[in-house]
Design a protein around this ligand. Structure first.
Ligand code: UDX
Ligand code: UDX
Ligand code: ADP
Length: 464
């Protein structure tokens, strides 16, 4: 079976870029991305392609090429489901904030709503692909809902986890390390569905890089990949604290261990803590699954990755306060960067949110600059924590549109996101506009200590 019409439910950081690349590479397939968020869809359809809602290097060009040709964005979910022979579910699966599994389990309500909607609308056979990160055995739940409430049509469920990283989504999608497709290998219909999706990716990915597994292996591989990656960051961050007290330097240690081919050089960058929508959520999910099977040691092992990450964010903020003579009350602290990593406007679980919250509790006057994040988003992130009233957040925090403005008359600067542009700032000029002693806290190991100290900064960097 050849897929001719794809619908993707969810026009977010995963659905948007993934579908844009599928459309770019498969001109004969019509791809419609739908979302209930009308504002988001309007932004995807903005005549000026630079206004699409997601900032990703290279994405605007891909959208410009495919949009209106075979790539469409719409709020008409029903019509897109009806027309499609393959439906990707790419809606958000946040950690539950209520009830059983609160703070740990993934909230599957958006997934379930999608399944019920598909079941209601579909009048022809469909292949349903889960694209969001989901707990193991979600596909089974999906199948149950679809089979029991549908109009008697056949559904094949595939798991096709997305491994793209934000900030490099376009290159990751163009040249994936692997594409993973989980499905029902035991039946003819299952194998056909898998092959249909393989054929979509085969437009640009070599078949050697397309793995097919059973559904549960596919689902668990996604959680495991994210858990391993996050664990590397927590491991290096744990050692960064040890470096600070022993005189070793985490950059040197990272380099030395990374040259061991069994360890490898990537993902060993000490930082103020990992963020993003996936790592914490997926580990909590893994912990919840382990606990629900009574595997306490397994759960504790992975939970430690989160505990370490929380510690890293807190100790960075505490270090700043302690260095400024144990008080930042009324002092201006410039935070450079709010996104959870460079080259994205995504702020979910960004370390900046937690560091800012800590500093605001200490009554600091926080001034933020990020090249791609809006003031509206920054305030929404703080409000979402619920630590203080919206009015208080607005009284204490200021968002400005340049690094220079943030640093002017500041007591201290905290580098929160490793934006390349921060390397090339005129640090001499920034130094002269600050109060003295001028403190600089590099949470990303972005700057050269020697250069900054020569200018006159009191310089602290994670891990040395
Ligand atoms: C280790 C380090 O590899 C080496 O660099 C260091 O100099 C000394 O310690 P060694 O203990 O000799 O070397 O063997 P290694 O191959 O690392 O295995 C250690 C243990 O881990 C073995 O019991 C091995 O069976 C086990 N192991 C290793 C696994 O269970 N799974 C693996 O994937 C790898
Ligand atoms: C991650 C996975 O990499 C990706 O495969 C999966 O599909 C989704 O989750 P993402 O969260 O977009 O992607 O970005 P990633 O590059 O993994 O970074 C996550 C966080 O870890 C960021 O806050 C980043 O700054 C931090 N990080 C990463 C470090 O602190 N040090 C590192 O060495 C690497
Ligand atoms: P991700 O990083 O997983 O892509 P996002 O939050 O960026 O997560 O995107 C998920 C999108 O899914 C949101 O834009 C949200 O509005 C959309 N969404 C959630 N539930 C539904 C639904 N039932 N129908 C259509 N869109 C949905």
């Amino acid at each position: 079976m050849k897929v001719k019409n794809i619908c993707c439910i969810g026009a977010g950081y995963v659905g948007g870029p993934t579908m844009a690349i599928i459309a770019q590479k498969s001109p004969e397939i019509t791809v419609t991305v739908v979302d209930i968020n009308a504002k988001r869809i309007a932004a995807w359809n903005d005549p000026d392609v630079n206004n699409i809602p997601i900032y990703e290097p290279g994405l605007a060009e891909v959208v410009a090429e495919a949009r209106g040709r075979n790539l469409f964005f719409s709020t008409d979910v029903d019509a897109a489901i009806d027309a499609a022979d393959m439906i990707f579910i790419s809606v958000n699966t946040p950690t539950k904030t209520y009830g059983m599994g609160k703070g740990m389990a993934a909230d599957l309500k958006y997934i379930e709503l999608c399944a019920r909607q598909i079941a209601r609308i579909a009048t022809t056979d469909k292949i349903v692909v889960e694209k969001s990160t989901l707990p193991v055995r979600t596909a089974e739940a999906l199948k149950n809902i679809l089979d029991n409430t549908g109009n008697g049509v056949n559904f094949q469920i595939l798991s096709n986890p997305e491994f793209l990283a934000e900030g490099t989504a376009v290159t990751d999608l163009h040249k994936p390390d692997r594409v993973l497709i989980g499905g029902d290998l035991d039946t003819e219909a299952g194998r056909e569905a898998i092959q249909a999706l393989v054929d979509v990716y085969a437009h640009w990915v070599t078949e050697d890089n397309i793995l097919t597994t059973n559904v549960w292996s596919s689902e668990l591989s996604k959680l495991t990949a994210n858990a391993f990656l996050a664990q590397r960051v927590s491991s290096i961050n744990a050692l960064s604290e040890l470096c600070e007290v022993t005189g070793a330097d985490i950059k040197e240690v990272s380099k030395a261990i990374g040259m061991d081919s069994r360890i490898g050089p990537k993902f060993l960058q000490a930082s103020v803590g990992f963020g993003g929508s996936c790592f914490q959520k997926d580990i909590l999910n893994l912990v919840y699954i382990a606990k629900s099977f009574g595997l306490e040691e397994v759960a504790d092992y992975w939970e430690q990755v989160i505990i370490m990450n929380d510690h890293q964010k807190r100790r960075f903020a505490a270090k700043l306060v302690k260095t400024l003579y144990n008080t930042v009350s009324g002092k201006q602290i410039a935070m450079l960067g709010w996104a959870f990593k460079k080259d994205t406007n995504d702020t979910r679980e960004s370390a900046s949110i937690y560091v800012a919250d800590y500093l605001l509790n200490e009554q600091a006057s926080v001034v933020v600059y990020d090249p791609k994040v809006t003031e509206e988003q920054i305030l929404a992130d703080l409000d979402y924590l619920g630590t203080r009233s919206e009015a208080e957040n607005r009284a204490l925090i200021r968002v400005v549109n340049s690094a220079e403005a943030a640093c002017d008359q500041a007591h201290a600067i905290a580098i929160m996101t490793e934006w390349d542009a921060f390397k090339d700032l005129d640090w001499n000029a920034i130094y002269s506009d600050m109060l003295k002693p001028a403190f600089l806290f590099d949470g990303r190991r972005l700057l050269d200590r020697k250069v900054l100290e020569e200018i006159g900064f009191d310089f602290y960097a994670i891990g040395s």
